[in-house]
Design a protein around this ligand. Structure first.
Ligand SMILES: Cc1ncc(C[n+]2csc(CCOP(=O)(O)OP(=O)(O)O)c2C)c(N)n1
Ligand code: SF4
Ligand SMILES: [Mg+2]
Length: 315
């Protein structure tokens, strides 16, 4: 799949149709389409509650052209693992012979917080399934509440920016590292602006002989407060500022990819964190003198995580 051109990829069957109710400019459908281009095998999808689920399955319609299960908020990984287990049992009995891949899509709230236990269990049990987190850094579907994926300083409806506090007080949880610590065959971070990098990683994840976890940064015009025609630009900026490095971990071995590999090699500029803040209304309050200590602390944390990542690729 990875060697296909964009033209050839566009000729693949449409697995997620247009006409859904996601906001204009939402990255979630872009990510789902890119991930599903990663295999030519049959795919069954489970989808945890969130924006993607409510917007693509409005009864009596569906945007899914593949077998699909809506799961509750906290059990997406368990549902997907159950599908894979049933498939293996049917295959063993000779009742099914085709190759089927299993993928669960979920938001950051469903992944980092509420479904973490089910996810950890499924990864540890070694199911051959892919879990994709569409990380828009908040509980968007219910009105932009902070999650443990929300970054320091971001204004949400439960981490307000005003005279008392300047947005969220905590850094985001490093969920990708938590998944690496499960010692599964494939873990990666992706961004929808780089379709080739994402499709290539999805392909590797589908081919892995065990669980795969992909964390996708998912710009949300509504919650991040930017115009809906800037989604891809914002996704790219996340990578260029090293807020969201692109990398993969194959059987425990780290490698930077795409723009992140070029930044590490000194072939592309690492942009300052202020570029990231200036592009989004959720950080508007950080562009003031009063916020300087937060901006400095944030830049230091981004640098620390980036340098740690580079060291891991050298092991
Ligand atoms: C157990 C449970 N708690 C709360 C909810 C309400 N709820 C539905 S979607 C959602 C937010 C989803 O956030 P996230 O997983 O980040 O996905 P997003 O909508 O941001 O894509 C919440 C809180 C629920 N459905 N089930
Ligand atoms: S609120 Fe954000 S995540 Fe939800 S549909 Fe709109 S743009 Fe997408
Ligand atoms: Mg979310």
């Amino acid at each position: 799949m990875t060697s296909l051109s964009l033209k050839e990829l566009n000729k693949l069957p449409v697995r997620l149709a247009s006409g859904h109710r996601l906001c204009a400019g939402c990255a979630e459908s872009i990510i789902a389409k890119q991930i599903l281009m990663g295999t030519s095998d049959e795919v069954a999808v489970s989808l945890s509650t969130g924006c993607m689920e409510v917007s693509t399955t409005v009864f009596p319609y569906t945007s899914w052209n593949v077998p699909y299960i809506h799961t509750a908020f906290g059990n997406g990984a368990a549902t997907c693992a159950g599908l894979e287990t049933a498939y293996n049992a049917l295959k063993k009995k000779g009742k099914i012979d085709e190759e089927i891949r299993f993928v669960n899509f979920a938001g950051d709230g469903a992944t980092y917080d509420i479904g973490l236990q089910a996810l950890s269990g499924a990864m540890e049990r070694g199911h051959r399934m892919m879990y994709v987190c569409m990380n828009n850094e908040a509980y968007m579907n219910t009105g932009i509440q902070r999650s443990s994926a929300t970054t320091l300083g971001a204004s949400t409806t439960t981490s307000w920016a005003g005279s008392v506090q300047m947005g969220k007080k905590e850094y985001s949880k490093d969920m990708t590292s938590i998944m690496v610590a499960h010692n599964i065959p494939y873990v990666a971070q992706v961004s929808p602006h780089n379709w080739r990098d994402t499709v290539t990683k999805a392909s590797k994840g589908f081919e892995a002989n065990g669980p795969a976890f992909i964390n996708a940064i998912s710009p949300c015009p509504r919650g991040w407060r930017f115009p809906s025609d800037r989604t891809i630009e914002i996704a790219k900026l996340a990578v260029e500022t090293c807020v969201w490095p692109l990398f993969e971990v194959v059987d425990g071995k780290y490698a930077l990819t795409a723009e992140s590999a070029r930044i590490a090699a000194g072939k592309a500029e690492k942009k300052p964190i202020t570029d990231w803040f200036a592009a989004q209304g959720r950080f508007k309050h950080l562009m003031t003198e009063r916020a300087e200590p937060i901006v400095e602390a944030y830049q230091a944390e981004v640098d620390r995580r980036w340098e740690r990542l580079i060291k891991l690729t050298e092991l």
